[in-house]
Ligand binder design. Structure first.
Ligand code: PMP
Length: 322
């Protein structure tokens, strides 16, 4: 669908995937005025097709649009656009239990204009693509690299928005993580470079020896929908869940004396991933025995079972498409 100031949204349509023609002076190519979302459609054992909390993605898309000075979609249009695409692309939704149809809604400034100001024309697009299991050979704990040089988001910046520019800034630290044998980068806060923010594409939780879950507070991090679901599930299971800043030196000290027993990353792509080892400039430490922790795997199973329609969904998180 297209948007123009004074005209509103128009030309909403579903068409075969094809290249988009862009003028070289399209605003997005110069100032990165772009936002996106990522979610999945699942085919369940009984043949129904569902999405997980699409309303939460719609709400975050709106928040991101506000931060990037972009127009909002009409009420309900985000979820409706996904429903239409999934219904038309139903043959593309994988059958097997491990796979899903990945949905990528995004919006960008299409106005042909080189001045630095919010554009007056936008394009909203959704692409869909089948994706397999994140872990091909069973769940494997990941190694993470604590970036000494780069941060992801400063207070007052765009860290809480899902915009392309944030990811442009995280490519080099992610490359640095890979060069150090790690799967993901861990970002520290931009002010003191001391407090844990999040990973390149996932939020983070710590499991303490008394069973308490601790996760960094919202502000500069992306408010993950998986993070929110984990907090709700754990709280309702009677577990203490605390949002508070965790310093990197505290993580290391508490891991080494066994106070923090497990750590895990969470996000739409891999749901919940145990963190086995933490590497940083000048050292490393392991989480527990470096394997997949019991608490982490328990929460993972609970969440995946709800997402896949294998367990009751008292939260109304699972939305049926057909
Ligand atoms: N943080 C970042 C930087 C991310 O890219 C993602 C993935 N969207 C997340 C956290 C996790 O968010 P969600 O659970 O909504 O996928």
């Amino acid at each position: 669908a297209r948007y123009a100031d004074g005209k509103g949204w128009y030309e909403a349509r579903v068409e075969a995937r094809a290249p988009i023609q862009m003028d070289p002076a399209s605003a997005v190519l110069h100032y990165a005025q772009e936002i996106f979302e990522g979610l999945k459609a699942y085919r369940n054992a009984d043949g129904t097709v569902t999405m997980f909390r699409p309303d939460a993605n719609a709400a975050r898309f709106t928040t991101s649009a506000t931060r990037l000075a972009m127009p909002h979609l009409p009420e309900g249009a985000f979820v409706e656009s996904l429903r239409q695409l999934i219904t038309i692309d139903r043959e593309w939704i994988p059958q097997d239990d491990e796979s899903s149809l990945y949905l990528r809604p995004f919006m960008f400034a299409s106005e042909v204009f080189l001045g630095v100001r919010p554009a007056m024309e936008y394009l909203y697009v959704v692409i869909a693509s089948p994706v397999g299991s994140y872990f091909k050979h069973g769940i494997k704990p990941v190694k993470v690299w604590v970036s000494p040089n780069y941060t992801r988001a400063a207070p007052g910046g765009t860290g809480a928005a899902k915009c392309g520019g944030n990811y442009a800034a995280s490519l080099l630290p992610q490359q640095e993580a890979a060069a150090n044998g790690c799967d993901q980068v861990v970002f520290l806060d931009a002010v003191e470079q001391r407090w844990i923010d999040e990973l390149g594409g996932m939020n983070i939780f710590f499991v303490y020896d008394d069973g308490t879950l601790v996760t960094p507070p919202l502000g500069t991090i992306l408010p993950g929908i998986t993070r929110d679901a984990v907090m709700r599930l754990a709280t309702d299971a009677g577990r203490a869940v605390i949002e508070r800043p965790v310093a990197f030196d505290e993580w290391q000290a508490d891991a080494e004396r066994g106070r923090i027993r497990e750590a895990f990353a969470c996000g739409t792509a891999a749901v919940i991933t145990p963190i086995g080892e933490v590497r940083f400039e000048g050292g490393s430490f392991r989480m527990g025995d470096g394997g997949s922790g019991e608490t982490t795997m328990g929460i993972r199973k609970q969440l995946v079972d709800i997402q896949r329609g294998r367990a009751a969904d008292p939260y109304g998180w699972v939305e049926k498409v057909f």
